[in-house]
Design a protein around this ligand. Structure first.
Ligand code: NAP
Ligand code: ZN
Ligand code: ZN
Length: 349
């Protein structure tokens, strides 16, 4: 077995703490990655605290992983020792269902193996990236361009692809008006990517103190969502609104800002949904949609796009010992705009 060290939640109501565990030995198709950086996604907090009710403990969270390949199996073709590799939210999938065959593995109909708290194909529970190493099949690892700073690239593996994918799916470009709700980890990537695709982007926020930042990050306009008049000024005008909010909130106001045929796409995953007013959708043929991360092919495309266009996450690098504090700050929307753990801080023993 491969010995690993990390930080785990031993139970849903406990802070994360040092934890030693084992991973499978790398097989012929596997890479062994020494993890350098791991982003802190709000999903890690939802999961560690069992807010979605699907937690498995002990749980080592973390699915925005970047590190160095230190070992490759005999059949590995895409990576060599020394390469920088990334791993996102899943490590494997059935590979045969129609969604897997279409390169949309994240929507696998049979068995999506998530990067943590999930059963792998041998029934072994997976442990995530708040740790020193990871074993992954090369087909589920991503290449990270040397043009990207590895720490700032880590959040692209979840926050980046989760916002890139809907922008692509709804074919956003010049002439479109896009809204982004919430300026957090996902939100700031949606804003950067939406602007880079040529759309006019309006950032919605509950935090007045983020207004100047949002403009710096490229927003054409920033709207405080508690200001009813400012909201109303955008009625019937958006092609797409990406909702990244992590806590329960009202969707109806945002739906009324969509133009004919416009879409509100949920990427945020609060544990409760707001009540919907059907008239709001029906009378303007509007859609309410959801979207989850992205497939391996699209994730690679996004990473290469970001390397080409100089796009990465704005990060606050933390030692792993600060993870519990980081969770509390994330809950208060006090992060600009993604915590990334520097795994060099992990004790050697
Ligand atoms: P985050 O960094 O904490 O950002 C969430 C933002 O939502 C906050 O910065 C805040 O923005 C806003 N917000 C928080 N509480 C709010 C409230 N009560 N009312 C209104 N706005 C509020 O979180 P994240 O990592 O970006 O993740 C966001 C959500 O996406 C989480 O639920 C996460 O689980 C989910 N997620 C989904 C996918 C997917 O595949 N669909 C992937 C990753 C994450 P302002 O301060 O600007 O208001
Ligand atoms: Zn995530
Ligand atoms: Zn499948």
């Amino acid at each position: 077995m491969t010995k690993s060290r990390g930080y785990a939640a031993l139970q849903a109501n406990q802070p994360l703490q040092p934890f030693s565990f084992e991973r499978r030995n790398p097989g012929p198709n596997d890479l062994l990655i020494e993890i350098q950086y791991c982003g802190v996604c709000h999903s890690d907090l939802h999961m560690a605290r069992n807010e979605w009710g699907v937690g498995v403990y002990p749980m080592v969270p973390g699915h925005e992983i970047v590190g160095r390949v230190t070992q490759v199996g005999s059949s590995v073709r895409k990576f060599k020792v020394g390469d920088v590799a990334g791993v996102g939210c899943f490590l494997d999938s059935c590979r045969t269902c129609e969604n897997c065959r279409a390169g949309e593995e994240q929507y696998c109909n049979r068995q999506l193996v998530l990067t943590y708290a999930s059963a792998d194909k041998d029934g072994r529970i997976t442990y995530g990236g708040y740790s020193n190493n990871l074993v992954v099949d090369e087909n589920y690892a991503l290449r990270i361009s040397p043009k990207l700073d590895p720490a700032a690239a880590a959040p692209l593996l979840c926050a980046g692809i989760t916002t890139y994918s809907p922008l692509k799916h709804w074919k956003i470009g010049k002439g479109h008006k896009v809204g982004v709700i919430g300026l957090g980890g996902l939100g700031h990537m949606a804003l950067k990517l939406g602007c880079s695709f040529g759309a006019r982007v309006v950032q919605f926020t509950t935090s007045l103190n983020k207004k100047a930042d949002a403009l710096k990050l490229g927003a054409d306009e920033v709207v405080l969502s508690t200001d009813a008049d400012a909201m109303q000024a955008h009625a019937n005008s958006f092609d797409l609104i990406i909702d990244t909010v992590s806590a329960p909130h009202d969707f109806n106001t945002y739906i009324s800002l969509l133009k004919l045929n416009g879409t509100l796409v949920l990427v945020g995953l609060p544990d409760k949904i707001s009540e919907l007013q059907p008239f709001n959708l029906v009378l303007k043929r509007r859609s309410l949609a959801g979207s989850a991360i992205g497939g391996i092919r699209e994730t690679q495309e996004m990473l290469d796009y970001c390397a080409e266009h100089g796009i990465a996450s704005d990060i606050e690098l933390i030692p792993i010992q600060k993870i519990n504090e980081a969770y509390e700050r994330m809950l208060k929307s006090d992060v600009k705009y993604r915590f990334v753990i520097d795994l060099a801080s992990l004790p050697k023993e």
